[in-house]
Ligand binder design. Sequence first.
Ligand SMILES: [Zn+2]
Ligand SMILES: [Zn+2]
Length: 143
Amino acid sequence: MDKKEQEKFVKEFIERKPTRCSKCRGRLRYIGAGRYECFDCGHEEIDDFGKVKEFIDENGACPAIIISECTGVPEEIINGMLRQGRLEIPDGSTMYITCEKCGCSIRYGRFCPDCIRNRTNTLKNVFFNPEVGEKPQHQLLLI
Ligand SMILES: [Zn+2]
Ligand SMILES: [Zn+2]
């Protein structure tokens, strides 16, 4: 995902995020994991991240197109969240996203730890690079 794609994703994600309570139009506060609570009536709203996270927690990882059909969240947004490391594919899933450089499986991010290590040559950077993903412990099927 290049910078332009990333900006587009962030813009779309923010535009789709709930800003007001759907029941009383009250202000919302973020309570974590993509969920918001209304200051006035306590009604809970959920954003795209919360919807997809809930779906994956309940059903395990599925191809983005299926998640999109079940949650109503556009496929580009789902892929964007995975690439940004906002969503993690649980260990032991039947599919993962792949490292943009070597194509191995990773659970989130853009590159596997090996590729980042080769690129930076210092181990320290691996832990502070937001683009680095984690390899699954149990390798199953690739996408
Ligand atoms: Zn409300
Ligand atoms: Zn790699």
